[in-house]
Design a protein around this ligand. Structure first.
Ligand code: CA2
Length: 147
């Protein structure tokens, strides 16, 4: 079965506990459980990881090469700041779908730019936890996984 890494970045461990008006009431565990279940429906073996540390995320992206067929990435605030994450994605040449719970383009100007977008297959933003499901669908189709 094709394996997919769902990688969540800084502060996303707080999902569902604060700022529900921005990020909803779904917890990170809810999101991860949904990804595993929906992945199974699509013939994908989903592995989830969350880290608040840029270097840990970079190591996970490097390790994904040869282990996972693609990555669903919500890099959190590192989206807007991290050239290192962008370089890591470019170096592994794996399909990456960028996900954001909120519509980053409708928020503060500093959230409008993504360092990830130019090296991603595409970006899904503003659909809450459903965005992860959509990203898995995109990867399943891209990788030709029978569902
Ligand atoms: O909308 C998204 O998914 C973001 O990636 C979330 C990041 C933010 O910096 C990006 O601009 C957009 C922030 C994640 C923080 O998550 C929290 C969740 C609950 C309470 C506090 C923070």
């Amino acid at each position: 079965m094709t394996s997919i890494l769902v990688l969540n970045g800084p502060n996303l461990n707080l999902l569902g506990t604060r700022q529900p008006e921005v990020y909803g009431r779904t917890t990170l565990k809810d999101v991860e459980d949904m990804c595993v279940a929906r992945g199974k429906d699509m013939g994908l073996d989903v592995v989830c990881l969350q880290s608040n540390h840029e270097g840990v995320m970079i190591d996970a992206i490097h390790a994904a090469k040869g282990t996972h067929g693609g990555i669903v990435l919500n890099a959190g605030a590192y989206t807007h700041t991290s050239v290192a994450l962008r370089d890591a994605i470019a170096s592994v040449e794996l399909p990456v779908v960028e996900v954001h719970l909120s519509n980053i383009h409708a928020r503060e100007p500093f959230r409008h730019h993504s360092h990830i977008a130019p090296v991603a297959l595409g970006q899904i933003a503003g659909f809450g936890a459903q965005g992860y499901d959509l990203a898995l669908q995109v990867l399943a189709e891209h990788l030709g996984t029978p569902s």
